[in-house]
Ligand binder design. Structure first.
Ligand SMILES: [Zn+2]
Length: 228
């Protein structure tokens, strides 16, 4: 099927000159994404559902061993995260051209990986931040215990992120929690782009840890820094 899309992108990030993409399951393990960002080195880290931030610089293979769930880089480098249900968040700083890639599952959201990544990005200079939240598990499918729902709610600055409750469970809108954290950090709502899709519902386009288990493939979400 030559016409099957292999990636999705954010019109907002494209408009501001940031090469980037979110791979679909037709694209595992992200060869087209890598090709789009070449020849910039693509940095990834060892994701552990924490809040540590790594700098995309130096040896690519060495950084791959470093535990971190967000990466920040300036040109000429690209950064990426791998996800299957967690939210991939790509950030471009309009003035500096620096970028961030964030692996934001509920644990990362609760631990503060998003503010940590934006703080690191800010070290390159004040900038308007342009953000794309990629396909992730939707409120239709993200069933968690009430304790986890309470933790995510507490991290969401008053936003209502519980879509519905049923028999001691809650269905959480992870994307809304990410958006609430971004706006609390001063990102303008109009500078946040939703690249839609529920990874669990849409088996034709997405891998899903919840649906497919530990053997599920992973999507690559990556973005290249550009000159100021
Ligand atoms: Zn769903």
């Amino acid at each position: 099927m030559p016409d099957t899309p292999k990636i999705v992108t954010s019109p907002l990030l494209s408009k501001h000159g940031f090469a980037h993409a979110f791979s679909l399951r037709t694209e595992e393990p992200g060869a087209l994404v890598r090709a789009l960002l070449a020849p910039q080195p693509l940095y990834q880290a060892n994701q552990v559902h924490g809040a540590a931030v790594a700098r995309g610089e130096g040896d690519v293979d060495a950084l791959r061993q470093l535990p971190a769930d967000a990466l920040v880089a300036r040109a000429p480098s690209a950064v990426g995260v791998r996800v299957a249900d967690c939210a991939p968040v790509l950030v471009g700083a309009k003035e500096t051209g620096s970028v961030a890639a964030i692996h934001a599952g509920w644990r990362g959201v609760v631990l503060g990986v998003i503010p940590a990544a934006l703080a690191e990005l800010q070290r390159d200079g004040d900038a308007r931040r342009l953000v794309a939240i990629g396909p992730c598990i939707g409120p239709c499918c993200f069933e968690v215990g009430v304790d986890v729902a309470a933790q995510i709610t507490a991290a969401s600055h008053g936003a209502d992120v519980v879509a519905r409750r049923a028999e001691g469970k809650a269905y959480v809108d992870l994307r809304a929690a990410v958006r609430a954290q971004l706006t609390a950090l001063g990102v303008a709502p109009g500078d946040i782009d939703d690249v839609p899709g529920c990874t669990k519902c849409d088996a034709a386009r997405f891998f899903s840890f919840r649906r497919d288990g530990a053997d599920a493939g992973r999507h690559l979400a990556a973005i290249a820094a550009r000159s100021p």
